[in-house]
Each structure stands twice: as structure tokens, then as C-alpha cells.
Design a protein around this ligand. Structure first.
Ligand SMILES: NC(=O)c1ccc[n+]([C@@H]2O[C@H](COP(=O)([O-])OP(=O)(O)OC[C@H]3O[C@@H](n4cnc5c(N)ncnc54)[C@H](OP(=O)(O)O)[C@@H]3O)[C@@H](O)[C@H]2O)c1
Length: 270
């Protein structure tokens, strides 16, 4: 259990998911999890659920060892003035595009920062969470931050901060495309007369099973895996021909590259 005081500013979708993860896994005691939200009712919801104290930003920052920002990127500037007099806090940001340099340039050069990119399945504790630590972050701080995010998913450390933008393409945005791909496959079943619930669940289970199969056989290249499903003159090969002719896979790569480029272009250093 983490004995430090953790303050969360912003108790919306992502902040709320982290609160739920921490409390449901017993990683922090309720009196050590301090909350603030602009609309206080959203924070009070968690007080009613877990008895986690709710307080003003100034008090939260003063009392917390670790401060997690889960506001929208546009809202971070208004919180910086409250941090100016401290240089000993560990800051965690899940804000898209807000870099280590943003905090260093606005606060103390020695401030410890964890830049984190979770994804939407984090809200059901099945997330992928990429973390980039500023060079000065201590091992103790890293262990605590890792523990926080292991409560909502699988944690991946990226070696350089710029790789957070790559994570945005691979795990941050890609759930949107995976939802659409699952829906597109299931809808064909519906067109042919299968009920929607059965079709959707069948494809979801196929997606989960295929992903686990691929992980189990991660030493085998994808062409060999595909060959396990295809046989000459069979059904699968006909679908593969269409995917190749229409360059569907190349289009998916282009979409992910576009996400990554957009992610780089949105970065803020000041
Ligand atoms: N959702 C995701 O899947 C996801 C994935 C990766 C990263 N993120 C990052 O997570 C952050 C939050 O996203 P979200 O989806 O959780 O947004 P959200 O549901 O809108 O939550 C943001 C919360 O911050 C509060 N807030 C805004 N300004 C504040 C201030 N000055 N002081 C205190 N609270 C303030 C808002 O309160 P009010 O409602 O009262 O304004 C709201 O409850 C974003 O920066 C986003 O880049 C989200």
C-alpha cells in the first residue's frame, strides 16, 4: 500500500477511473487520497463512495506528496500558479501534449514529472498505460507512480519522452479504430440475419482470443500466423485478397502515422 498522500485534480473520466482503480485494489487508504474538481459535486461523488477527502486546490497541493493532473490540457495553465512555491512534489500528468519541459519551464527545473498516456480501457481497469519519467525522477517516485497505474492496466515504460507520441498512436487512439473494426465485422453478421448481440459478442471474443493467441505465439511472424487460418481454395484467402487489393492494411498504417504526427504537433513546452 502507498503511504504517501496522493492528490488528484480533475475527477472526470480518467481521474475517476484512477480513483476507482486505486480504491478497488486497496493501493491507497481513502484518507490519503485527496480530491479536487472544478464542479465540486463530481469530487463529492467519490467522497460519498470512498470517503476520500475533497478540498480546494491550494490545500490539496500543500498536503499532497504526489499530485496527479487529470484535467483537459487547456485547463493546466490555471493550476500552475498554485504550484509555484513548491519544488518537492512529484507531478503526474495524463494530459495529452503536455511535456516534461512544460512543467520545468513553468516551475522549478528540479521538479519530478511523470508524463503518462493511458487509454480508454483504463476506465475498466484493462488499460495500456505508457509512462515517461523526467530524468531526475527517483526510483522511489517511479515505484509509486507505477503502482498507481498498475491499478488500471498494463504499464509500459518508454525510453524517451518522444515515444509517448508513438504510444498515442499504438494504444491511446487505436481503441477507436478497434471498436469500428469489431463493429464492421459484426454488422456483416447482422446483414446476413444474425442477431446483433450474438454477432458483436462473437467478434469481441474472436478479437480477444486472437490477440491472446498472437501473444502466446509471439515468436512466430504474422504471415505464419495467417497461414494457420488459410488454406488454398478456402474461405479466408478470399477475404485476404480483398484486403490486399484495397490496401486496407496500408490505410490503417497511414491512419496511425497521422495520429502520431498530430500528437507531435500538439506538444506544448511552455
Ligand atoms: N479519457 C481518455 O480516454 C483519456 C486517455 C488519455 C489521456 N486522457 C487525458 O486525461 C485528461 C482528462 O480527460 P477526461 O476524459 O477525464 O476529461 P473529463 O472527463 O472532462 O475530466 C476533466 C475533469 O477536470 C476538471 N477540471 C477542469 N479544470 C479544472 C480545474 N481548473 N480544477 C479542477 N478540476 C478541473 C473537470 O471538471 P468540470 O467538469 O467541473 O469542468 C473534469 O471533471 C485529458 O487531459 C486527456 O488528455 C484521457
Amino acid at each position: 500500500m502507498i503511504s504517501n498522500k496522493i492528490g488528484i485534480i480533475g475527477t472526470g473520466n480518467m481521474g475517476g477511473a484512477i480513483i476507482d482503480g486505486l480504491m478497488s485494489k486497496g493501493i491507497v487508504s481513502s484518507n490519503n487520497l485527496l480530491l479536487n474538481n472544478r464542479d465540486i459535486d463530481k469530487a463529492n461523488h467519490f467522497y460519498n463512495k470512498y470517503k476520500t477527502p475533497v478540498m480546494e486546490v491550494e490545500e490539496l497541493i500543500e498536503k499532497s506528496d504526489i499530485i496527479l493532473f487529470a484535467v483537459k490540457p487547456k485547463d493546466i495553465d490555471s493550476l500552475i500558479p498554485f504550484l509555484k512555491k513548491y519544488n518537492n512534489k512529484v507531478l503526474i500528468s495524463v494530459l495529452a501534449g503536455i511535456t516534461h519541459d512544460y512543467f520545468v519551464n513553468n516551475l522549478d527545473a528540479g521538479i519530478q514529472v511523470a508524463r503518462v498516456m493511458p487509454n480508454i480501457p483504463s476506465t475498466i481497469s484493462r488499460g495500456v498505460v505508457s509512462i515517461s519519467y523526467s530524468d531526475n525522477t527517483t526510483d522511489e517516485s517511479r515505484d509509486i507512480v507505477d503502482m498507481i497505474f498498475k491499478s488500471i492496466g498494463e504499464v509500459y515504460h518508454v525510453a524517451e519522452e518522444r515515444l509517448i507520441n508513438i504510444s498515442t498512436g499504438l494504444s491511446g487512439s487505436s481503441p477507436a479504430y478497434i471498436f469500428l473494426i469489431i463493429d464492421a465485422i459484426a454488422s456483416v453478421g447482422v446483414d446476413y440475419g444474425m442477431d446483433r448481440t450474438t454477432a458483436l459478442n462473437m467478434v469481441i471474443d474472436t478479437m480477444i482470443g486472437s490477440a491472446m493467441f498472437m501473444r502466446d505465439y509471439s515468436d512466430i511472424d504474422s504471415d505464419t500466423l495467417v497461414s494457420k487460418v488459410t488454406s488454398p481454395g478456402g474461405t479466408t484467402i478470399e477475404g485476404l485478397k480483398v484486403l490486399k487489393e484495397r490496401e486496407v492494411l496500408s490505410d490503417i498504417s497511414t491512419a496511425i502515422k497521422t495520429v502520431i504526427e498530430k500528437s507531435f504537433s500538439m506538444e506544448r513546452k511552455v
